[in-house]
Design a protein around this ligand. Sequence first.
Ligand code: ATP
Ligand code: MG
Length: 510
Amino acid sequence: MSMDARAIGAQITQRIGSFLYSPTVRGAGRVISVSDGIVQASGLKGCRYNELLQFEDDVYGIALNVEDNKVGAVLLNGLDMVRAGERVCCTGRVVEVPVGDVLLGRVVNPLGQAIDGGREIAAQDYRPVESEAPAIIDREPVNRPLPTGIMAVDAIVPIGRGQRELIIGDRQTGKTAIAIDAIINQRDTDILCIYVAIGQKASSIAQTVQTLEHYQAMEHTIVVAATASDCAAMQYIAPYAGCAMAEHFMHQGRDVLIVYDDLSKHAVAYRAMSLLLRRPPGREAYPGDVFYLHSRLLERAAHLSQERGGGSITALPIIETMAGDISAYIPTNVISITDGQIFLESELFHSGVRPAINVGLSVSRVGGSAQTKAMREVAGHLRLDLAQYRELVVFSRFDSDLDKNTKEVLERGERLTEILKQGQFQPMTMAEQTALLYAATQNLLRAVPPAQVSGFAPVLLAAFREQGRWVLDRITQQGALDDVSRENLARIAKDTVETAYPQASDGEAK
Ligand code: ATP
Ligand code: MG
């Protein structure tokens, strides 16, 4: 093959022409002061809000206060490695985390680095932790259920895919338990889960991971953990990092359940950072933009339209209250952002009503439209019946001489309260819940003394599972109750009650 000089010249010119070299100009500056993980730096020309800053020795920080002649930043790592006078430069990027299937089953820190002692995470894709929420046009109303397996939740405060439902309550009232049960219930579904632990003890997180592993729920779950001993900046970005991982799946058309446990500690970490950055404190010493802190996070939960792939992120943020005060600053903020709340009460928890859901104060503003017809039929009156019962209980304390009607309402309410009790890690399918609630609301359990109903429920459930498997399958398939299902449910319930309480049932019959 021969080539003349001109052809060679043309080739070279073409190659040079296609050579792209675009030098990046980065602002560089010096550290003025450093204390408590907060850095003040000068000379960072063109630095932008939320930009990742690079210090010497691979230490990174986030620029949060961008002023005329100096920048205030929080450090993400190497808190005691940065010295005054050191060089710092802008990176032109925001914090990014690895995303994708490789993270499933792993425990990572908010930067996406493995902290479970396993292999390093070799991700193909990265995503910035902060990104804009989907627009209104790209969304679809919540119309598919996300069953939690907890009867009291699925019947009274149903959750739909793409919803944001707050779990709120005092300390030790079973908030985490509800979220973990919901994650475990997604075992055999196509829903992926992300559990973001913020400011918890490392030992509690380890225990949660162990629980998830024990119930084979870790395969479809990512745990993002910023422990109480991590710096405030790590706790601050943890929920955004978890959300970025969820968004990646959502844009692939998959469904994700994300739990933020808990956002009170997140707000406290942000308050610490803001005060150290010398931002003016407002109510309860929180900075003025603490509402935006949570609204921009929770707005990213969405149910995308079919054109956008139809994926969804369902968010279960958790808030801890002090002495049941839901009108404090952070609780009211988050209540106003979410589509409803599950309010847990210490008093109920200690009187043995577990999950300790206060039916009166708990609502789900959008989930009802995602409930199955069968569930709507049996649970329709539940809230009202329970409310009536609670009101009567207060009055009946004064008067022991009650008429027959009132007694009946009281007993019925007591039975309903009992049937809604459910232990941890015992999820029930929608059909099983429907069957149990059908028995309770149709008064088929009247031969069972109210105090023994919660003990009798597992027996009845076992009977439904053994003798009525086909009825349960039928309910699951049809999503509604027909006469055949109703008859058979009633028959099984009656037989089981008669076997367990023969005398009482005889008395009823006469
Ligand atoms: P914290 O404020 O410490 O985060 P929390 O509100 O998240 O507490 P959990 O840790 O979920 O509460 O639960 C507190 C205790 O109650 C745990 O020991 C848990 O096992 C128990 N518990 C929670 N729910 C139930 C339930 N449905 N049945 C029996 N025990 C439960
Ligand atoms: Mg908890």
